[in-house]
Each structure stands twice: as C-alpha cells, then as structure tokens.
Design a protein around this ligand. Structure first.
Ligand code: NCD
Length: 448
C-alpha cells in the first residue's frame, strides 16, 4: 500500500536507516521511561500464531513505554483462523481501525509479505516459518554495533541450526550487506540452505567461510595447537576461508538452538549437536569473541558460560526493547531519523510461473491459495533464476516463454536473454507450455 512502510524483510530498510535506528535506540535506552509521549493514542496489535516470549513481550513493552496501547491475539486456537478465516481477512480486519501497527508471527513462510499486501497499517514481521526475522536481526546487529562500535569487517561465526533458523538467515543477509564476514559453523546435518548461500553469493558477492563445529573443543584441548608455516608460527586455525586464508580472530559467535518444530522429519537426531562450553571458548581464535544467542536456548550453550564476560545473550535480549521502540516509533511516523529515509530499492521483477503454485509446502501462498494471487520474482538473469515472492524459495523450470511472442525456448537458449524480464514466463515441462498455448520458437530450439 502506498505510503505505508512495512518491515517484512531486513531488506526493507536501507543501511542508513538501520544505523539511524541504532542511534535512536541508544538514545531511548538512556531512559526507557522518558519517551511515553511518542506514540500516545496509538495501538499495536500482536498477532502471534506461534509461541513467543521475547519478541512479543519486548514489542508490547516497547509500545507501552512509548505511551501507546497493545491488543494481543497470541493463542492461535483462539483466533478465527481456527474457524477457517484466511490470514488476508484477519489482517484486513485488524488493520481496519483496530490498530495502527501489526506485529505478526506465523508458522508459514511469506506470511508477513502477504499480510503487508492487505494491510493499511505497517506490518512488522516477527518471524515467518524458517524464512526471516528482521527485528531479531536489528536487535542482533544493534548488539554488535554497541559491543564493537561498527559492523563492517567483523568476523562473525554463525553456528547451530543454520538450516531452519530464520534468525540466522536474516542475520546473514544483513551482515553481508554491512560488509561483515560470515563464517558458517553448522551443527552436523543443519547446514545453511542453498538458497541462502546463493543469495549471499549473487546479491552480496559474499562466499561464507565454513568450519567444522566439532573442531572447536578439539582444538582448545590440544597442546600442539600450533603449526609452522614457512613464514611464521600460527595458532592452528579453526576457520579457513575459500581463498585459503586463516581467520585468526573471531569478533562474535552466534549460536542457535535446533529448530525442532520446523524439522520436516519430526524429531531429528540431535545426538551430534555440539554444546558450547568453557572448553570450546578456550580456543585461541575465540578469545575475544562475544557469544550471542537469540534465545530460547536448550542445551547448545552450557550454563557455565553464563558468567563469562564474553556471553552477552541476556543483555542482547534486554536491548530488544529500545531497538523495538525505535522501530515502532519510526514506522508510526513518530520518530524522524537523521537520515534520508528512503526504502531500499525493489530488487526484483515479477514473472509468471505456469501452474502458479510455489513448490515450498510451507509457503503461505499454498495455504492461502484460495485467497491470494501467487507472486514470483526474478532472482537473477544470468544464470536465470526465479523464486516465490512470498517465501523466497527458488523453483525449478525447464522452458522459458515470452508473453508477447508466445514462443518458448529451452532455459539455456541464448534467445532467452532477449526476453524482457516482465515478459518472462516459466514452464516446468513441454506439456505445460503447449497446454498454455505457447509454441516452440520459430527456429525451434526445442524439438517436439
Ligand atoms: C527466535 C525465533 O523465534 O526465531 N527467538 C526469538 O525471536 N528470540 C529463535 C528461536 O526460536 O530459536
């Protein structure tokens, strides 16, 4: 909707705006009780279709501290969705006079993007399936910025369940945008999804470094953890980047719990999930690293680290209040930032996928298919890739057509390069292309 700013993805904010929000949060944090005039008379609606402690309570606390009010629906069984109401309808109702801003958490990927299309008030994504969690990312970046004074050039280790953690995905994109170095240390079996790695590579030119989590403790416990190169003795390096360079000092280690509720095969084996404890943190490259966690934790950080000065996870959660105060006040127009408040440029062209169904089974566009039009976006021209505009999942295709000539080509044909982005249409197979009335190109690149 025109004029309304939503926060669905961390990409919805420019870097200047993010830094402006940090400055504002730092000011607000000096006295959390001193800003109760900023949002007086405004109402925030918490719509939580999934459990939450920190995100919901810090948002609600933030709105109350800004002098506003809060209405909450935090039990999905009590919401009309349990009577079959669509998310689109719920949003239209809650935005229609009930509230001035909606904070939404939902188990389906793309839910907040969908909500933003039906809302006349700002929608804030408080987590959509394993997709994104931009306000947690703002909180995490804010913590890094406070602790380290800057973000560019930092070496940040992401560990734990990199596959299903939305906090990890949003955080990795944001770190890449800020020019920090991302080091992936996944728990075995929980590696970063390809679509995230691909986006880091293609959009931000970042190739995350990788390391084996089992080496963390191994290394610290070895007395021979030094090796010699022809140039100089080195601490045995934990992290090696793709160019073969060692990372000798890590600035932050960000751990996440296994996201069991999102594991498609139910209870995945967590037997090999390595616990971070004093031993692992004794490794030389982690000597000065701050230890972060979005919480809740299970066993992946042992309690013996709670008193370690490098552990900042409880401070990190506390800082969620001032940063969310800044976000709410900014989106509600109550807090001008000292930046040119431009939205990040839209990065995609809409394209058509015949069949019109996202292939991700947990995408909101599947569960709301009766109510919402599908949305597909061009992710990259060379190589040609497109993904769902709600959940960002890439889809496979074999043939590509042009909506004006109504001809189709094999996906790697040079002819495809000549089709304007907004004229592209994707087919999974020949039968689909023919059934839709598309013909092979005049000089066929496809034999039938
Ligand atoms: C995270 C979430 O919900 O994605 N929690 C949070 O918002 N602080 C992380 C998690 O649940 O593991």
């Amino acid at each position: 909707m025109s004029g309304v700013r939503h926060l669905v993805s961390i990409d919805d904010l420019s870097l200047a705006e993010i830094l402006g929000l940090f400055e504002a949060a730092k000011e607000l944090a000096k006295d959390l009780r001193a800003s109760s005039h900023l949002c007086r008379g405004m109402i925030s609606a918490s719509l939580f279709f999934e459990p939450s402690t920190r995100t919901r309570l810090s948002f609600e606390s933030a709105m109350l501290r800004l002098g506003g009010g809060v209405i909450t629906a935090a039990d999905k069984l009590m919401l009309s969705s349990s009577k079959g109401e669509s998310l689109a309808d719920t949003i239209r109702v809650v935005a229609g006079g009930y509230s001035d801003v909606i904070v939404l958490r939902h188990p389906s990927e793309g839910a907040a993007r969908l909500a933003s299309a039906y809302s006349t008030v700002p929608v804030i994504n408080a987590g959509d399936g394993c997709h994104e969690h931009p306000t947690q990312t703002l909180c995490d970046l804010y913590n890094l910025w406070i602790e380290r004074g800057h973000i560019e050039g930092l070496d940040v280790v992401l560990s734990g369940d990199l596959r299903y953690s939305r906090t990890i995905h949003s955080f990795a994109y944001a770190l890449a945008r800020f020019g920090a170095n991302v080091i992936c240390v996944p728990q075995p079996g929980f590696e970063m999804p390809d679509y995230v790695l691909q986006r880091l590579r293609e959009e931000f030119g970042v190739e995350p470094r990788r390391a084996d989590v089992t080496r963390l403790g191994d290394l610290a416990s070895r007395s021979d953890a030094m090796y010699l190169t022809p140039q100089k003795p080195h601490q045995l390096s934990l992290f090696i980047d793709p160019k073969g360079k060692d990372v000798e000092r890590v600035d932050a280690l960000y751990m996440t719990r296994p996201q069991t509720e999102r594991h498609p095969d139910g209870a995945r084996s967590l037997e090999n999930y390595v616990q971070l404890g004093k031993l692992q943190l004794a490794a030389e490259p982690l000597r000065d690293a701050v230890v972060m966690h979005p919480l809740p934790r299970r066993d992946e950080i042992s309690a013996d680290l709670d008193s370690d000065p490098r552990s900042i996870y409880f401070k990190q959660a506390a800082r969620g209040v001032p940063i969310r105060m800044a976000i709410l006040a900014y989106l509600l127009g109550a807090l001008p930032l000292q930046v040119e408040g431009e939205a990040a440029e839209p990065r995609y062209h809409a394209v058509q996928l015949v069949g019109n169904l996202c292939t991700n089974p947990t995408c909101i566009s599947r569960s709301e298919a009766r109510h919402v039009p599908p949305l597909f976006k061009l992710a990259s021209r060379h190589p040609l890739r497109a993904n769902c505009g709600y959940c960002s999942h890439e889809f496979a295709f074999a043939l590509v057509g042009c909506t004006t000539t109504r001809h189709f080509h094999e996906k790697d044909s040079p002819e495809v390069r000549k089709i304007r982005p907004d004229h592209l249409v994707f087919f999974q197979d020949l039968a689909q292309a023919s059934a839709t009335g598309f013909a092979p190109a005049v000089r066929p690149s496809v034999s039938i």
